[in-house]
Design a binder for this molecule. Structure first.
Ligand SMILES: NC(=O)C1=CN([C@@H]2O[C@H](COP(=O)(O)OP(=O)(O)OC[C@H]3O[C@@H](n4cnc5c(N)ncnc54)[C@H](O)[C@@H]3O)[C@@H](O)[C@H]2O)C=CC1
Ligand SMILES: O=C([O-])CC(=O)C(=O)O
Length: 364
């Protein structure tokens, strides 16, 4: 079952997949066509899985309002849920309608993956089981991993070949690896995992310790897995141009407070909130895609992207690196000096990703 409304595009603009599978309520198009006139850019299709879940609900209104791709860029949202929850999307769509966002040119609600990913230029793969207290994210691999084989295949069949994919569902890095392997028509480089939430968490910890603003911090990054083995690396970071370690001047804080606070922040939120991070995760997802699409202006951010053998790492995993983005392309920051401590931290998180990959070999 699928329902579609406020379509801005003429039917002829849709791929055969979309036009084959989706029924179009023509009467609902009138308002969208009227609104189209104020935009020069054509609407872009953005798919969000798990759209009725906690992160999905915190994310889609912001995407619809233009906070992700810009107030000048209209979007058509493709909301994807499991069949049992698909009916709830009707209520979500009603609320989206009730916001009257000028940038929102259509909403597709579906549990059919090929309809959901049809002609999409961005896919935000949020839908998956969250962990509960006492679990590690990798405990979710068995249940969640299989979601991403089907979603990889459906993306390959139905999305634009240039589709940019962000995996949020945990364990995000290895789920992104599974999706990338199952999606032959979309380049591996287009599959990314979210470590932006970890990056943002770290920025606030640093700013609070150094009594500076988050925007005073440059060249901070998170390496590796979105898990407690991640390496929040201060060794290249600066605060208003001065090395961050010099400003902080407290090695014990870095190792004994900063690292564990960032590495275990997800669990701390679960303990406090009795549910995993949702609004901050949605914010991280939005900023990940926003920066990938619109650029970082030379600033570093952290993204889980396909690994290579630089920095003594192994090829072919989804590993978080420092990146800059421009013209819709992410680029790893290369040539950084890596001291023994950083090397050990980077290898430790790499080893965990190798183990996770080995656990899902049959899905790759
Ligand atoms: N990478 C990161 O930094 C973070 C990742 N997460 C992860 O994000 C995921 C979602 O978290 P929440 O939204 O809080 O969970 P939630 O349980 O509130 O919502 C998940 C939604 O996904 C839907 N869903 C499940 N399987 C699906 C499928 N195959 N296709 C489409 N929809 C599907 C469910 O019906 C549900 O509505 C979890 O795996 C969580 O661990 C959460 C926070 C941060
Ligand atoms: O910890 C969790 O399970 C949710 C998550 O990934 C995070 O908040 O970083």
């Amino acid at each position: 079952m699928s329902f579609v409304s406020r379509f801005a595009s003429p039917l002829s603009a849709l791929s055969p997949v979309m036009s084959r599978r989706v029924a179009f309520p023509l009467a609902s198009q009138h308002r969208s066509f009227t609104k189209m006139s104020s935009f020069t850019k054509p609407p872009v299709r953005v798919a969000v899985t798990g759209a009725a879940g906690a992160i999905g609900y915190a994310l889609i209104f912001r995407v619809a309002s233009g906070q992700m791709l810009g107030a000048d860029h209209p979007v058509i949202l493709h909301l994807i849920e499991v069949p049992q929850v698909e009916a709830n999307l009707k209520g979500v769509k009603m609320e989206l309608d009730d916001c009257a966002f000028p940038t929102l040119k259509g909403v597709v609600c579906t549990s059919d993956l090929e309809v959901g990913f049809g002609d999409c230029e961005y896919a935000m793969l949020v839908g998956a089981k969250p962990r509960g207290p006492g679990m590690e994210r990798s405990d979710l691999l068995k249940d969640n991993g299989k979601i991403f084989t089907g979603q990889g295949k459906a993306l390959s069949a139905a999305a634009k070949p240039s589709c940019k994919v962000l995996v949020v569902g945990n364990p995000a890095n290895t789920n992104a690896l599974i999706a990338a392997h199952n999606s032959k028509n979309i380049p591996f480089e287009n599959f990314t995992a979210m470590t932006r939430l970890d990056h943002n968490r770290a920025l606030t910890q640093i700013a609070q310790k150094a009594k500076c603003d988050v925007e005073d911090i440059d060249k901070f990054c998170v390496w590796g897995n979105h898990s407690p083995t991640m390496y929040p690396d201060l060794s290249h970071a600066t605060i208003k141009g001065t090395p961050a370690k010099q400003v902080i001047n407290d090695e014990s804080w870095i190792k004994n407070e900063f690292y564990p606070t960032v590495q275990k922040r997800g669990a701390a939120v679960i303990d406090a909130r009795k549910a995993s991070s949702a609004a901050s995760a949605a914010n991280g997802a939005l900023e990940h895609i926003r920066d990938w699409a619109l650029g970082t202006g030379g600033k570093w951010t952290s993204m889980g992207v396909v690994s290579d053998d630089t920095y003594g790492l192994q090829k072919g995993l989804i590993y978080s690196y420092p990146v800059t983005c421009a013209n819709g392309v992410w680029t790893k920051v290369t040539g950084l000096p890596v001291d023994q401590h950083s090397h050990d931290m980077m290898q430790h998180t790499l080893n965990e990703l190798v183990q996770e990959r080995d656990m899902v070999k049959d899905m790759l």
